[in-house]
Design a protein. Sequence first.
Length: 569
Amino acid sequence: MPLGKVQTQIVAKLEEMGRLSTEQRLAIISVPEDLSGDALDKLLQEQYAVSPFQCLVAKARALGLAPFNVSRYRVGNDTFERIPQEFCQENLVLPVGQVGDFLLVAFANPFELSIPAKIQEITGKRVIRLLGRDKDIREKFSKGNERPAGFDDVVLQIGAEFGVEGDTELKDDDVNEESGPIIQLSNRIIEDAYYAGTSDIHIEPQEKEIIVRYRIDGVCQEKLRLPAKVAPALVARLKIMCNLDISERRLPQDGRIVFKHFTKKSLDIDLRVSTAPLNHGEGVVMRILDKQKSTLPLPALGFSEENLTRYREVIRQPYGMILHCGPTGSGKSMTLYSALGEINSSDIVIRTAEDPIEYTLNGINQMQMHRQIGLTFAAALRAFLRQDPDIILVGEIRDKETAQIAVEAALTGHLLISTLHTNDAPSTVARLSDMGIEPFMISSSLLCVCAQRLMRRVCKTCRVVYEAKDREKEILEKGIGWSGQIYKHNPKGCPKCGGSGYKGRVGIHELMISNEELIEAINKEAESTELKKIAMRGGMKTLHQDSLLKVKDGLTTLEEAIATVPPDM
């Protein structure tokens, strides 16, 4: 029985690839058996030593598709975010990436043309078909995600039932920091938090229980309750993981967990750990630093077109001081790293002083602070000034000494970038004055102040469109001189956003760039409100205005914008 058209083309492609000779091709074509389905693959692999992936490449070329080695693809937290896992399993497809408005999907059966249309209907994205091996795709479903299981088994081992106040009697010897269940529990909390997209893990002791909460997209949510007796052992275990003194329970301590030393899973994350004595025992907060996560390019951080252009001009200045201000977790570090990533080149020397080093950047010399041995930001800055840098990044200006050296560095031919804790851009000047910096030193060194916050993005899948009216219309017209159709979140949510109506976050920015009028006002020690008016005349959009522009563009809701930044006075 002669080979079908597709099988003949596959064999021909293998000859083109140099995997088969002409004689071998002719011998296969003249085989009398039926070689449909997997029979041809079996023959090629067993008798002609063609590897499974070479078969896939030949098949893909014969069908005019790109081959994809599914066996090397790792199913992650967001693999089935757009296409439900049940649909993928039923139709033997696997989403493997996204490029712009196109979804990359590996298909086991390239002849089923109705499936791409269904995927487009589900996601609203156009589909690029890739060819994957049937066996590899099936294996991905049998293995499932690398996500950790729930906590029930560990909680039961400790002797408490999930979600129930600890009425099971625990003896002191049953629970200690070296017991198997405690080690398992601490690992499971970190793994589960990472896969859920958590930025911070809060472990909070109460009178009768210990509560574990995750901060996801800026909002804290409770995850787990355990009997109070577990608390000392869990905290001690976390202290052991970051080499802290487990006998010292009266003073706050800071440390770092390098998690790959404690897990067999491919999780390359570090955690910045802070412990503090509270009224019912020690509490722990852990900030997750994902080392696999690279810095984002500047355009992906939420800058408006106008702000992005102005900011890019500023970071290319030869000297001066650029300050980013905002509360903890407002995206300051990411913006600084992205800015350095954009201007970094072989002809520029960049030094950074950080506490801690959150992301490792190629080609940039980074220094970790150690206050215990006297390596402070001020000490690092002094050292850097003798190391011939072009650009210096200081993690934070916390005191007069650091501020003084930072200003001197900016005035002596260096571009200095740092962060400060203030509410908005104009009040940064007052903060530096409070630290004892002379106004004429501030005005002559300051290039730009960027205040920023992070707002939750409204879920694009389930957001609800409506017309702004009454108070909402008034806020929009007063803030940006516009009103019209905007979006609100769906309180029921959808599977993509986990039922919250929000998914991910976007930055809002207030960019105060120095000009002659501003320099004059700073020298005259003008109030922050006066500086704000001058900066707005110079083209500054306030945080409130920028948040409203994000509402206008459909990125977030007015409710979220007002909750993040109050309206301008």
